[in-house]
Design a protein around this ligand. Structure first.
Ligand code: 5GP
Length: 178
């Protein structure tokens, strides 16, 4: 069968094997840092679901997962608040929390989310992202666990969408005309 999505992809940036290696790398770091600590992964919907699933499967420590959906930062930059569309149900006071994100671009969403979650008094709060786009940064925030780095291009696949499309692409690619 013909892959309906590939006609819109210009080139592959990270193959399935590349992605496996990136997941392995961050999972190894988390396995080591959180041994015996039972961290809570807070996966940000929708983009991080595929990464979060693969990451969790690669962890050999006791851990839990919960999900959160926040609105895009547009329009709220000056207010310093983000709109939580769907919150986690898990109480995070005294828990070790790892926010799981697909890609950090401006960093505005994460810097505000981190601030909000920190006010719930977790034992620790870290950020794990599959990809980092440092050229887009507007907020002073860095992820603690980073799978790989990308330049200033719009990428899709492996959870990352364009208008809800391409999330199911098993690799990460650059769209045509992007
Ligand atoms: P920011 O760091 O700008 O606050 O927000 C990051 C979010 O922007 C990511 O979670 C993702 O949803 C979206 N984003 C940033 N760069 C890209 C990209 O290259 N491709 C896609 N599909 N989404 C992106």
């Amino acid at each position: 069968m013909i892959n309906e999505l590939e006609k819109d992809i210009d080139r592959v940036l990270f193959s399935e094997d590349d992605i496996k290696a990136m997941v392995r790398k961050v999972a190894d770091e988390i396995n080591e840092d959180y041994a015996g600590k039972k961290p809570l992964l807070v996966a940000l919907l929708k983009g991080s679901v595929i990464f979060a699933s693969d990451l969790m499967r690669s962890l050999i420590i006791d851990c839990e997962i919960d999900f959160m959906k926040v609105s895009s930062y547009s329009g709220t930059q000056s207010t310093g608040v983000i709109n939580i569309i769907s919150d986690i149900r898990t109480e995070i006071a005294d828990r070790h929390v790892i926010i799981v994100e697909d890609i950090v671009d401006t960093g505005l969403t994460l810097s505000k989310l981190k601030h909000q979650l920190a006010s719930r008094n977790p034992a620790s709060l870290k950020i794990c992202t599959l990809l980092d786009k440092p050229s887009g940064r507007k907020a002073a925030i860095e992820a603690d666990y980073i799978g790989g780095t990308v330049g200033n291009e719009f990428i899709v696949g492996y959870g990352l969408d364009y208008d809800e499309k391409f999330r199911n692409l098993p690799y990460i690619g650059v769209m045509k005309n992007s």
